[in-house]
Unconditional design. Structure first.
Length: 214
């Protein structure tokens, strides 16, 4: 028999899954009602408030979960990377797997990023910042493998790497937006273009950095 704590977690999970499941090409989170979500989760509307303050609170929890699930996948992907050449391929492939297996997760991140609710915009901005920070750290470690070298990076180096990481995240999120609801053949085409764009960005960034250091 499940404990009270386990049952509470199970119900919370049911609410999150129900909300994700209700999202679609036509439905945005702001169009969902509390009664609709609780009905899909199989619980009474009054039970909702034992887990979330309101629908905005539920929405922010969804954003956090969507961002975390993608970051966890990309972390695992980075652990398989051997060199920078395969880094882009592995990362793009992993991101595309996420889009296919969790379309409503990314749909939420993409749509609410420019939505009307300030809470959502702030939550998604935070998640995007997490992506940029983790990618920035990865770029630094690959360019400066030793801990000593990493600590000796100048403010200019750090700003440059942050800008590069931010630009790469923009390209990948744009890719996700294009590939959400199109046929596989078209997804492969756009994924290949994104790989080329990322490689061009890295090459250009390295050339610019060398020119500045002369």
């Amino acid at each position: 028999m499940a404990s009270r704590s386990e049952q509470k977690q199970k119900t919370r999970r049911a609410l999150l899954d129900a909300a994700f499941g209700l999202l679609s090409v036509e439905r945005v989170f702001s169009s969902l009602s509390l009664r609709e979500v609780t009905r899909a989760a199989g619980i009474a509307p009054t039970s909702f408030y034992r887990h979330f303050d309101d629908m905005n609170d539920l929405g922010i929890a969804l954003v956090e979960e969507a961002g975390l699930s993608l970051r966890q996948l990309l972390r695992k992907a980075r652990s398989r990377i051997v060199d920078q050449g395969t880094a882009i391929d592995v990362s793009v492939d992993t991101f595309m797997e996420y889009i296919i297996s969790h379309p409503n997760h990314f749909r939420l991140l993409l749509r609410e990023h420019s939505g009307n609710a300030q809470e959502f915009r702030a939550a998604i901005k935070l998640e995007v910042n997490y992506f940029v920070t983790e990618l920035e750290q990865d770029l630094v470690l690959r360019a400066h493998p030793s801990e000593k070298a990493e600590k000796e990076l100048t403010a200019t180096d750090k700003e440059f790497t942050n800008l590069l990481a931010e630009s790469m995240v923009v390209i990948v999120f744009h890719l996700g937006g294009i590939c959400l609801d199109i046929p596989k053949k078209e997804r492969l085409f756009h994924a290949d273009r994104a790989r080329q764009q990322l490689r061009m960005l890295l090459i250009g960034a390295n050339m610019l950095k060398k020119a500045k250091n002369k």
